[in-house]
Design a protein around this ligand. Structure first.
Ligand SMILES: Nc1ncnc2c1ncn2[C@@H]1O[C@H](COP(=O)(O)OP(=O)(O)OP(=O)(O)O)[C@@H](O)[C@H]1O
Length: 238
């Protein structure tokens, strides 16, 4: 479903992402774990066609994320690390706008917006300007936007970063629901609790290199200790 084939990004002589080879299967919830600056956002921006790879490629459903970027967006829902909204649109209008961009007719777009506002518990703030939303509300609205067209694949950059425990739990529950419905989820995080709750398999990225992949239980058994210790060992600074 998602295939990284030597995907790499270089800034000048700095390797932000070193050739990445990885396959994520249909229906899998894959955690992309790494410390600050490891290369997670850079990788995800290449998946979304926002950054041009320096080498290699990444495919979603056989489509090249750089060459076929527009088509990839029909298959994928994307939550950026810091969702930004038009400051002159209200929550409901943003969802309606995104739905229309995906080809919904006006009435269908309104109905879809209504449905998502309800599901994400945003009804009460639907008429407020999204730019004034709290971080938790912005992440929920961003996730609702990512789901408007019911994509098979979700690519999420730090979905619960900066959220209070209740908002973090709400967002995780929404995602667990989507995973149970068979969505393929590629989620970047440096929050190990979240990886433990949600991900069947993880990859750990450190200084642009994938240093380990596997099921959480395998990784823990390898090091005979907690995921936190595995993470700390693998991402140790020289
Ligand atoms: N435009 C750029 N020019 C030069 N270096 C960059 C640029 N963008 C990112 N980098 C560097 O590439 C590295 C990877 O950054 P990236 O944002 O992908 O990390 P990350 O794993 O998402 O980190 P975080 O968890 O802090 O968001 C960092 O060292 C960053 O400073």
């Amino acid at each position: 479903m998602i295939e990284f084939d030597g995907l790499a990004k270089r800034y000048g002589d700095y390797d932000a992402v070193r050739p990445l080879h990885l396959a994520v299967g249909r229906g899998e919830v894959f955690g992309f774990l790494g410390p600050n600056g490891a290369g997670k956002t850079t990788t995800i921006r290449m998946m979304m066609g926002i950054l041009v790879p320096s080498a290699g490629r990444v495919l979603v459903d056989g489509l090249d994320c750089h060459r076929d970027a527009a088509e990839v967006k029909r298959h994928v829902g994307y939550l950026p690390d810091n969702p930004i909204f038009y400051d002159y649109l209200r929550g409901r209008e943003i969802l309606q706008f995104v739905a229309e961009m995906h080809g919904f007719r006006r009435n269908d777009a309104a109905a879809r917006a209504e449905q998502l506002l309800d599901e994400f518990g945003l009804d009460d703030v639907s008429e407020e300007y999204a730019v004034n939303y709290s971080m938790g509300m912005k992440k929920k609205l961003g996730l609702a936007c990512a789901l408007v067209h019911d994509p098979a694949v979700l690519i999420l950059d730090e979905p619960i970063n900066g959220l209070d425990p209740r908002a973090a739990r709400d967002v995780q529950d929404l995602l667990i629901g989507r995973a149970a419905a068979g969505k393929t989820i590629f989620v970047s995080t440096h929050l190990l609790d979240m990886a433990q709750r949600m991900c069947a398999r993880v990859g750990i990225i450190h200084r642009g290199s994938l240093v380990a992949t596997g099921a959480l239980d395998e990784l823990r058994t390898d090091a005979g200790t907690s995921l936190e210790q595995v993470f700390l060992n693998l991402t140790e600074e020289a």
